[in-house]
Design a protein around this ligand. Structure first.
Ligand SMILES: Cc1cc2nc3c(=O)[nH]c(=O)nc-3n(C[C@H](O)[C@H](O)[C@H](O)COP(=O)(O)O)c2cc1C
Length: 345
């Protein structure tokens, strides 16, 4: 199945792990003729089943399920102790003596993968690593279109090699985590349109452009450069159906918002979000925090507490460089607005 034959408009609502994606949001996007996506990285197989059931009760149209390709890490107790010490300045601000340990480091990807095969969405997208050719073949045999997220030309070629149907080329402007899996994350610095042009020239599978795409003129430019569609995360994070917390949303939309920056302090993998106190407190030790998913799991309790307190200085405020152009409105109206802007561009 060819990705772009599944939905009429060249727009994919980017998956946003962290609980913002809702069945209502995904269904509204897909019902409007774009492609909704559900971030599954933090979901158990049962939670995946229940969310997909809800989406299917709201739309008969195609949608995507999205995953972090990851393995549960072996954690060295000395490394763990060191990581907890590095978070001390943040604990002091919270007024905590101890950092509670997480119940698990991450979900079991192999179990999510089997559940994905059982649920058979039209599209599955992946980030943080690559699947093996056999896994891709199993998904395709089940009728699932396989899409890999890439941040370099080498990664696009690697996904093409294992049989992916398409790639999402995520430029450095993108909100949330960088998907880099070959080489150093710090070296995957191409902007969305430079990456798009380079990837389109290098591969013979369809390319979706992501990062900093906020309006119809941006979409038109991506299509002119050879993209088959765009993936927009920040733009759909602030739609009415998103479950983003009120404090996070207000911070993203405030005209005096700080700049965005890439940091690995929250999760151990570089991700883009608004600068805040957590980032500045951790900046001196950013290079020393353990890799994803260990740091992500360790800071989970801090981020949850900050969420409860509505304290935007200690939670992750993931968004892309285009956040100043994000427009809160119902998801279907955003899709219609983007289509009108593409036509006018
Ligand atoms: C809060 C947030 C969470 C995200 N979570 C995921 C995710 O779970 N999986 C994924 O593939 N991409 C994730 N992304 C990336 C988006 O799907 C999309 O590719 C990216 O936001 C595009 O850049 P933009 O924010 O400038 O539109 C996330 C982005 C944000 C802002």
């Amino acid at each position: 199945m060819v990705l772009r034959t599944l939905f009429p408009h060249p727009i994919i609502q980017g998956p946003t792990a962290g609980g913002q994606n809702t069945p209502a949001q995904i269904a509204a996007v897909s019902n409007a003729g774009a492609l909704g996506s559900l971030a599954c990285s933090l979901l158990t197989p049962d939670a995946m089943r229940s969310q997909v059931e809800q989406i299917r009760s709201l739309t008969a149209r195609p949608f995507a399920l999205n995953f972090f390709v990851q393995t549960i890490p072996q954690v060295d107790p000395a490394e763990l102790e060191q990581a907890r010490l590095l978070l001390r300045p943040v604990l002091d601000v919270l007024g905590w003596d101890e950092l509670p340990l997480p119940a698990k480091w991450c979900e079991e990807f192999s179990a999510q993968f089997e559940t994905l095969l059982e649920l058979r969405p039209a599209v599955a997208s992946f980030t943080f690593n690559i699947l093996g050719a056999e896994q891709v073949a199993r998904l395709r045999a089940a009728g699932i279109v396989v899409v890999g997220t890439i941040t370099t030309v080498a990664e696009a070629l690697a996904w093409q090699e294992v049989g992916a149907d398409a790639v999402i080329a995520s430029g450095v402007e993108s909100g949330g985590h960088r998907g880099t899996f070959l080489g150093r994350q710090e070296d995957a610095t191409l902007s969305s349109f430079d990456l798009l042009a380079a990837v389109v020239a290098a591969v013979n599978i369809p390319v979706v452009s992501a990062g900093g795409i906020m309006d119809g003129a941006d979409i038109k430019r991506a299509l002119d450069l050879g993209a088959v569609a765009v993936q927009m995360g920040t733009a759909f994070l602030v739609v009415d159906e998103s479950a983003i917390t009120p404090a996070y949303k207000a911070r993203l939309l405030a005209p005096d918002r700080p700049a965005t920056r890439l940091t690995r302090s929250f999760s151990g993998r570089y991700a883009r979000g608004l600068e805040n106190r957590f980032m500045s407190l951790m900046a001196p030790v950013e290079a020393q925090v353990p890799a994803y998913p260990i740091q992500n799991a360790l800071t989970g309790a801090i981020r949850a507490e900050a969420g409860k307190r509505g304290d935007t200085e200690l939670m992750s405020l993931w968004c892309g460089t285009g956040v100043a152009r994000a427009r809160p409105m119902p998801a279907a109206r955003l899709v219609a607005t983007l289509l009108a802007e593409i036509a006018a561009a």
